[in-house]
Design a protein around this ligand. Structure first.
Ligand code: NAD
Length: 370
């Protein structure tokens, strides 16, 4: 069958590309404390993105204006990563936009819309691959319940790396999942390093290795290999199905600390975790690589909020939490701590509808606390 031959040929190409990707991985990390100028790129995004980002940029200026005036930090607005421009050019991240992004050190990014179906890859998947942002870090904290979770989701492999490049034969469709030794080792190291540096004694490895024996089996085995270098930190194995139940079980959920997971499970379970914390509007996320890093809310562009005229009621807390992570990442720990304290103390309630405060009035109250 001609289709079968074409599919086998495509599979060969995909495997070669993945082998090349792994061969290019290296562990050279940028040292922000040694840089003269750190450039923060600002990408507004789609839907509610520009609304929450306006407030996030206001807060960023308030916190960093001294360092900006001293020439230590540069804030650069990046245009063109809109769904209209991306569709017009047929590119998830147009080349000129990618070049602007690569001229920055870190990004604060509003959510971007991905068209359902079709061939257009998500801008995030493209950026994570192009900037090699392998660790997606998502903290969820509910102090009154003793919950202090940090999720380390592998961000460049799994089901996503070839998510737009599956094959179709008559009556059948196949997608691919990729797990590499080097890709797993670096996310495992990031999770265990975080645990070590933050006094945590448990890292939970979450997979479906009983079913996905090759890929998740490898992920589990390599995480345990890495764990051997971290005496005093327990590495325990869980399947993703029971872990989704554990997170809503108040009897045990506060015993978990750090999680390390392949891409898709991490994507799904962190939305559940954010919902437990108060909704997707309340959680920030960091996409960390060795050279670049990108910080964003965990939610999407919420087009329905705009259609219903509720855009101004979008909660900026998630992008502001991401902003605090960005500040910490670029060695502005004092500013990060100020923002985290203000976020914890801010009593203005945003509900996502006209019953709560607007995005702007939340930011006004927060600015008074800074
Ligand atoms: P979504 O997260 O955009 O919205 C789901 C619901 O969550 C909304 O209807 C709204 O009720 C609520 N919500 C989201 N953000 C909120 C906020 N700041 N304040 C208050 N309520 C908020 O999810 P979706 O509808 O599945 O996705 C919409 C688009 O966003 C899709 O195109 C999707 O691909 C994209 N997306 C982008 C990112 C990203 O850029 N990082 C992440 C997820 C989804």
């Amino acid at each position: 069958m001609k289709e079968l031959e074409l599919a086998c040929e495509q599979f060969r190409t995909l495997l070669s590309e993945q082998l090349e990707r792994v061969a290019k991985m290296n562990d050279e990390k940028v040292d922000y404390s040694a840089k003269d100028v750190i450039t923060i790129g600002i990408v507004a995004g789609d839907g509610i993105g520009p609304i929450i980002m306006d407030q996030a940029v206001r807060v960023l200026h308030k916190l960093l204006d001294d360092k900006i005036a001293a020439g230590k930090i540069c804030i650069k607005t990046i245009e063109g990563l809109t769904i209209e421009n991306r569709l017009r050019l047929g590119k998830p991240v147009p080349e000129d936009v990618l070049a602007q992004i690569k001229s920055c050190d870190v990004l604060l990014k509003g959510p971007t819309t991905t068209p359902m179906g079709g061939k257009m890859e998500s801008a995030n998947v493209t950026l994570r691959r192009e900037l090699d942002l392998y660790a997606n870090v998502r903290p969820v904290c509910i102090p009154e319940e003793g919950i202090d979770w940090v999720f380390y989701r592998e961000n460049t492999e799994g089901e996503y790396v070839l998510g737009s490049r599956g094959v179709e034969l008559p009556g059948m469709a196949v997608d691919f999942k990729v797990t590499t030794d080097a890709g797993t080792r670096r996310i495992a190291r990031a999770a265990f390093e975080y645990a070590r540096q933050n006094g945590k004694n448990r890292v939970s490895i979450v997979t479906k290795a009983n079913i996905m024996k090759k890929t998740d089996g490898k992920f589990t085995a390599i995480c345990h290999e890495v764990a051997e270098n971290y005496p005093g930190i327990t590495a325990d194995d869980w399947y993703i199905d029971i872990m989704t139940a554990n997170l809503v079980n108040p009897a045990i959920r506060n015993q978990f600390q750090v999680f390390v997971l392949p891409n898709l499970y991490g994507d799904i379970i962190t939305d559940e975790a954010a919902q437990i914390q108060g909704g997707v509007g309340t959680a920030g996320s960091a996409n960390i690589g060795d050279r670049y890093a990108m910080f964003e809310a965990i939610h999407g562009s919420a087009p329905r909020m705009l259609e219903e005229g509720l855009g101004d009621y979008a909660n900026p807390a998630s992008i502001l939490k991401a902003e605090a992570m960005l500040l910490r990442h670029i060695c502005c720990a004092e500013e990060a701590q100020k923002l985290e304290a203000a976020l914890a103390a801010c009593k203005t309630v945003v509900t996502g509808d006209a019953n709560g405060a607007t995005c702007q009035s939340y930011a006004d109250s927060l600015m008074e606390l800074l």
